[in-house]
Design a protein around this ligand. Structure first.
Ligand code: KIV
Length: 268
């Protein structure tokens, strides 16, 4: 069983992948991935939105519960969606707590900034482990003006280093660094005692995370910093096409797929 403390003590790179449903969580868990993130990337990856902003706490809770039911070993981290935190401090803590109490998450992830340091401290104090997230934070797309690389000049890089330290000091058990220069990610990793998990942040983080659709080749687009390790979309397309053709040709269902109850012969 992966624990938040176990991650800190690990020698080997930490592996993290998103999952949004029970069957994929079961595969990710069986493959030995350390952490399953029920990311708000589900907005783009499975719910058909063009950003993460519309994702609700109910959607995260329902998907997290499905993932947790199918996971035996990995640490299950639920992402806090846009505006489920950061408005009222007490509401933020209650919403995070709900993901542990009702959805069986082991921890929450929060897209972080100056406003989440005290929130991280409070959640940690009441027993909610927090994974911080700095660099490109997609919930801020409207303020950032897009999904560009972050921390690329001296001031922006220093802000990330400072915020990383502040969140670690406030109790965050790990930190995601998204789409930042590799030398900045390396410097943050060097400075922190808690593990960093990078996405588009180079090889010097303590671990790596990808969105499952990108990693297995399920989507029709993936970001430049990810790699497709399979062609699940191609496999699905072949299987679904084969199904359609078999039905249309009468080849399916075959004799072994149906049965007759002789007792019913006189029904009509
Ligand atoms: O929502 C998500 O999947 C994420 C990862 C990309 C880190 O935040």
């Amino acid at each position: 069983m992966t624990t938040t403390r176990g991650l800190r003590d690990r020698e080997a790179p930490i592996t993290m992948l998103t999952a949004y449903d029970a069957p994929s969580a079961a595969v990710v868990d069986e493959a030995g991935v350390d952490v399953i993130l029920v990311g708000d990337s589900m907005g783009n990856a499975v719910l058909g939105y063009d950003s993460t902003l519309p994702v609700t706490l109910d959607e995260i809770a329902s998907r997290t519960a499905a993932v947790a039911r199918a996971t035996a070993d990995a640490l299950v981290v639920a992402d806090m969606p846009f505006l489920s935190f950061g408005v009222e401090p007490a509401e933020s803590v209650r919403n995070a707590g709900r993901l542990l109490k009702e959805a069986d998450a082991d921890a929450v992830k929060i897209e972080s900034g100056p406003h989440t340091v005290e929130m991280t401290r409070r959640m940690t104090e009441v027993g909610i482990p927090v994974m911080a997230h700095l660099g490109l934070t997609p919930q801020h797309v409207n303020r950032l003006g897009g999904y560009a690389r972050q921390g690329t000049d001296q001031d922006a890089a220093e802000e990330i280093v400072d915020l990383a330290g502040a969140h670690a000091e406030a109790g965050a058990f790990a930190l995601v660094l998204e789409h930042v220069p590799a030398n900045l990610a390396g410097a943050v990793t060097e400075a922190l005692e808690v593990p960093t998990i990078g996405i588009g942040a180079g090889p010097d983080c303590d671990g790596q995370v990808l969105v499952i659709n990108d990693a297995v080749g399920l989507g029709d687009w993936s970001p430049p910093f990810s790699r497709q390790f399979g062609d699940v979309r191609g496999e699905m397309l072949d299987a679904v096409t084969a199904y359609r053709e078999a039905v249309e040709s009468g080849e399916f269902p075959a004799d072994e797929h149906w049965h007759v109850e002789e007792e019913l012969d006189d029904l009509y």
